[in-house]
Design a protein around this ligand. Structure first.
Ligand code: V47
Ligand code: SF4
Length: 382
């Protein structure tokens, strides 16, 4: 009996795709040009079969998720990214800035819920600084000592570290002392300068984003990486973005996962562009899996992409779906996603994964295995 992949190869693909498919099957790295060709000429079934091969070589059917919640301390931001539906200015009716007590109160409400991670990101608030946020992390860990604090995009870090008048390395070491465990992937957007300047011209540069992640890795702080796709960028810009990440990963090996973020169009200055199709989303996951050979994990962030596309993505290279969330983030509900109160219980996450015949694994932030939920007797009530 032939495997899907052997059938693909027996067909003798045209358009230069045959050589690329063979390289992937042999476990070789593909070039920028080859990545671009996959985007431009790769048929969805082929991309899925190849990406799934890579995914299964790395993880078999295992599909990861965690017990997490978000804290978004404020939506007040000094920047005005055109794709952002969330940003407000001081005094705006729907601006928020939670006090430290409010934030700690929220953390206390999770004390007995077995959460393993808190994800903290927000706007770049002009009056908050490194010590305020550092102290916040320390206080959070007093309430839940075992929790992993994944906090602050490189954009927030750039601002608070400059404000503290210390080097990037010193600033990161200070935050690590306060209790920072890892850095989320936000703020990367799209690295190409021409496109970046059209969608978020005031934001820290691509080089700054990469440098902060490099310095974090050197300081022993792992991080995630994202891309914002499906707006005005072209395929070549996505490849350029991933190549820069692949190079940094070759240097440090400290990126945990890559999370493609689909541009969602409601309530922002790029609404007129519209959104790309689910087919484009699946293609993007697949080519990401094939291009980023040195990233262990590829995540579909379910609150952004929706539950059904998340299930489909598991056949296109994705091995992680993020976590329980518990209705704690507004970034995507304000940008127009259908599910305005994103929450999934552990059982719902396990069912979502098992419905498409994969094995649900609860993980810690750094992919330590906590529990295999594929065994029915292990599914708990919560
Ligand atoms: O950097 C903002 C994006 C990011 C829109 O590391 C938008 O585990 C689409 O980085 N349409 C923040 N995207 C969120 C983020 C993230 C999310 C989940 C998991 C992790 C992780 C990181 O959200 C921003 C920006 O790229 N974003 N507005 C929008 N309208
Ligand atoms: Fe501010 Fe982030 Fe929104 Fe840009 S994406 S305006 S940096 S909150």
């Amino acid at each position: 009996m032939y495997s899907n992949i052997e059938l693909v190869l027996k067909n003798n693909l045209g358009n230069g795709l045959q050589k690329i498919a063979e390289k992937i099957i042999e476990g070789k790295r593909i070039s920028d040009e080859e990545g671009l060709l996959l985007f431009e000429k790769g048929e969805l079934g082929l991309l899925g079969a190849l990406a799934n091969l890579v995914r299964e070589r790395k993880h078999g059917d295992k599909t990861y998720f965690n017990r997490n919640f978000h804290i978004e301390p404020t939506n007040i931001c000094i920047y005005n990214c055109k794709f952002c539906s969330y940003v407000r200015k001081t005094g705006d009716e729907d601006a928020w800035e939670y006090s430290l007590d409010q934030i700690l109160g929220k953390v206390s409400s999770y004390k007995d819920k077995n959460v393993t991670e808190v994800h903290i990101v927000g706007g770049v608030h002009p009056r908050r600084d490194l010590h305020y946020y550092g102290n916040m992390i320390t206080q959070i860990k007093k309430i839940i000592p075992s929790i992993h604090v994944k906090a602050f995009t490189a954009i927030e870090l750039d601002f608070m570290i400059k404000k503290a008048h210390v080097s990037i390395k010193e600033g990161l070491m200070m935050l690590k002392e306060y209790g920072l465990d890892s850095i989320p992937g936000g703020g990367a957007e799209i690295f190409d300068q021409e496109i970046r300047s059209q969608v978020c011209d005031e934001k820290s540069s691509a080089d700054m984003w990469l440098n902060i992640h490099r310095e974090a890795h050197l300081a022993g702080i792992p991080s995630n990486a994202t891309i914002l796709y499906g707006h005005i960028e072209k395929y070549k810009h996505r490849i350029d973005h991933m190549r820069r990440l692949r190079e940094l990963q070759d240097e440090t090996g400290m990126f945990n996962t890559y999370i493609p973020l689909k541009f969602r169009k409601e309530n922002n200055k790029l609404s007129h562009i519209g959104e790309v199709t689910t087919i484009e989303d699946l293609k993007n996951y697949a080519v990401s899996r094939l291009f980023l050979d040195n990233f262990d994990h590829l995540k579909a962030y379910w609150p952004m992409i929706g539950k059904q596309t998340t299930q489909l993505s598991l056949s296109f290279g994705v091995d992680d779906v993020d976590g329980t969330i518990d209705d704690s983030t507004k970034i995507y509900s304000m940008a127009g996603v259908e599910d305005k109160s994103p929450t999934m219980s552990i059982n719902e996450l396990a069912d979502l994964i098992m419905e498409v015949n994969r094995i649900p694994i609860e993980r810690g932030t750094l992919y330590n295995v906590i529990r295999d939920y594929s065994q029915p007797e292990q599914i708990e009530q919560n």
